[in-house]
Ligand binder design. Structure first.
Ligand SMILES: Nc1ncnc2c1ncn2[C@@H]1O[C@H](COP(=O)(O)OP(=O)(O)OP(=O)(O)O)[C@@H](O)[C@H]1O
Length: 625
């Protein structure tokens, strides 16, 4: 009995919802500490810009009371002086505002770029298995739209929350200075909304989380429908695909609507409080100022200028409440986005680089694992020792494989579908790690081989070699960065592909289209083989193509495979038994067990042998054609 490769509850990139919003924000900000450098300067600018706003009500009150109403003759010099001073302060405020916004914008964009790069890189570090648990499109949404939700908050919302709280306090202080009873009345008007904010925020947070999940699902669906568009068309299931997608779009819309309800409730409450506060201030202010209430309250003797200044102060007070609500909503959206991005970064890369794994949170490379070492120079043998594997979601699929494959030998893996051939190939190239047991290359256990050594010495050529949307030459250069045209032509000649490459419409500069779709399946395989050849590895794990090509192309393909395999240890998942016939050794897998191991000559006549049986039916099938 072996442990699964990973605990299935940890599989995938789940967002943590048990963490408090503040903790998420703190962890989110900690991802990009360099972007927060100099934040205190921005905050200082924000303080000056906010404090400057109080100058208007103060100037209005002073000009009215001391420059126009109180003196017998309007004091023009005082009015001009006060107005000039106020204008000067406003100018400084405006400059501070511009500089602050610029700094915030730069901070946000730098942070987001870092966040995107980290998340993108870590997605690459996650094993194929983990990647496979979430639809590709949904993963893309984590580095794009989820990061965008953080953008608004970082470029504006975060600092505005601080600034608006300050403005609220400042407005309150000035109000209390003019008349504390009236200040109390204003606060009482806003009390309901302030008391309800906590509940509304909690609701909004959960709903934003739901929105982000639905957006991820929708993008996952879009990418799946695009990738599978040929199958969709072939089976005439456009309508079903469209309605599935339409349902996902509707789910996003409904999720967005559900956020709208608590959001609108908050805005309604704050608008009502604004109107109420302004009306109450005017009425109570006049009643207090004229003494009509007959109360002799300290702070109740308001002048006309004081009442008008108060109306300005109410708007100074209401602005942070309104904006604060909006910013808190933005913060909840950002928290939902951050959680999904952090979900990616928190997912451990179960196949880590022993040469020093990159910490996804800091972007820094860690120390090498003790004992980590590069593969020895020269040809490499492969020792497979008591190898077990189980996918997290199913039973054990490899049951204790033991075999040694000599350096430079050509080995064919044969077995019925589902027998574990591809699983073994993925373990050999360390796309995933075994549940137990070990694979050693040249005597070094795979988990101790730094990627820099492993990825240059061991190459997997899958059935459908992925080509990037660029030219043939650029695709070849993925094998050897910086390879010259001459080197590429020489490599192609050595593989017997020189004439083929020269006949391409634009030679090596021929564009291959998205995923290489401008080339035929056979041509794509040729480019993939040439790319592996240029990389010049010592071990090749090749998943033989099953797609049929015409006999001439097949000869060319075989010739290229022979050229690639020459002098290297080559493990081929053999779908054609002709490959097994020509191999130095054959491994026969049956239901995850290594049941036969030998040469073609040794295995082909074994009584009740699986290989012998497969070979007999293959020969019979060939004779029928
Ligand atoms: N990602 C996965 N999650 C769960 N089980 C898997 C996964 N991939 C493969 N399996 C299971 O592991 C077993 C071995 O699969 P594998 O792909 O290695 O077979 P194979 O011999 O390469 O088959 P084929 O010749 O059809 O490619 C199968 O039973 C398969 O269902």
């Amino acid at each position: 009995m072996t442990a699964p490769a990973r605990d299935s509850s940890r599989l995938g990139v789940e967002a943590r919802t048990d963490e408090s919003a503040l903790h998420t924000i703190r962890r989110g900000l900690a991802l990009t500490p360099h972007a927060l450098r100099g934040l205190w300067i921005t905050l200082l600018l924000a303080v000056i810009a906010t404090a400057g706003k109080v100058v208007v009500p103060i100037a209005v009150q002073a000009i009215l009371d001391r420059g126009i109403i109180e003196p017998e003759v309007p004091d023009i010099a005082f009015v001009a002086g006060a107005a000039g001073l106020a204008a000067g302060v406003l100018l400084v405020t405006a400059v501070c505002n511009i500089v602050m916004n610029r700094r915030l914008f730069r901070l946000a964009e730098t942070s987001l770029a870092t966040l995107r790069t980290r998340a993108f890189r870590h997605i690459h570090d996650l094993s194929l298995l983990t990647q496979g648990t979430e639809q590709r499109g949904a993963l893309v949404s984590r580095v794009t739209s989820d990061v965008d939700t953080v953008s608004q908050f970082m470029s504006f919302g975060g600092i505005m929350l601080v600034v608006m709280s300050m403005q609220l306090l400042l407005a309150t202080a000035v109000m209390v200075f003019y008349s504390w009873p009236l200040a109390l009345v204003v606060w009482l008007c806003y009390l309901p909304i302030l008391l309800l904010m906590g509940t509304l925020q909690r609701r909004v947070r959960a709903r934003f989380q739901h929105v982000r999940t639905q957006v991820g699902r929708m993008l996952g669906g879009v990418s799946e429908a695009l990738v599978g568009s040929a199958t969709v068309r072939a089976y005439g299931i456009e309508e079903r695909t469209r309605s599935t997608q339409a349902a996902r779009v509707r789910e996003v819309r409904d999720a967005q609507f559900s956020v709208l309800r608590p959001q609108s409730a908050s805005f309604f409450l704050s608008e009502t409080a604004d109107g109420l506060a302004t009306a109450v201030v005017v009425v109570v202010g006049i009643l207090l100022g004229t003494g009509a209430l007959g109360l002799d309250l300290p702070g109740g003797d308001l002048t006309a200028g004081g009442v008008i200044a108060f109306v300005f102060l109410v708007s100074l007070f209401s602005q942070p409440v309104r904006m604060g609500i909006e910013m808190l909503m933005q913060a909840q959206n950002a928290v939902a986005g951050w959680r999904r991005v952090l979900g990616v970064l928190d997912t451990p890369a179960d196949v880590a680089d022993p040469g020093g794994a990159i910490d996804p949170h800091t972007g820094e490379r860690g120390a090498p694992v003790p004992g980590a070492r590069a593969l020895p120079e020269g040809p490499l043998d492969i020792e497979i020792d008591a190898l077990h594997y189980r996918y997290p979601t199913g039973p054990e699929v490899l049951h204790g494989l033991d075999v040694t494959l000599p350096a430079r030998s050509r080995i064919a893996i044969v077995g019925e579908t589902g027998s574990g051939k591809t699983t073994l190939a993925k373990l050999l190239t360390r796309m995933m790690d075994p549940a137990s047991g070990e694979i050693r290359l040249g005597g070094v256990p795979l988990p101790l081989v730094p990627y820099s050594s492993l990825r240059s010495r061991v190459i997997m050529v899958p059935q459908e070699g992925f080509l990037f949307d660029t030219t043939v030459a650029e695709n070849l250069r993925y094998g050897r960065p910086g390879a010259s045209d001459e080197e590429m032509h020489r490599a192609l000649d050595e593989l017997g592909l020189g004439a083929w490459a020269r006949e391409l419409p634009e030679g090596l500069d021929t564009p291959v289209g998205q995923r290489g779709e401008s080339l035929s399946a056979g041509e794509r395989q040729l480019v993939a083989l040439a790319r592996a050849y240029l990389a010049d590895p010592d071990v090749i794990v090749l998943d033989e193509a099953t797609s049929a090509v015409d006999p001439a192309a097949d000869v060319r393909l075989q010739q290229a495979i022979d050229g690639l395999a020459r002098g290297r240890t080559t493990i081929t998942i053999a779908h054609r038994l002709s490959t097994a016939e020509r191999a130095d050794g054959i491994l026969v897998l049956d239901h995850g067990a290594l049941v036969e191991h030998g040469t073609h000559a040794e295995l082909v006549d074994l009584e009740d042998g699986i290989y012998a049986g497969l070979h007999r039916s293959w020969v019979a099938h060939r004779a029928q054609r």
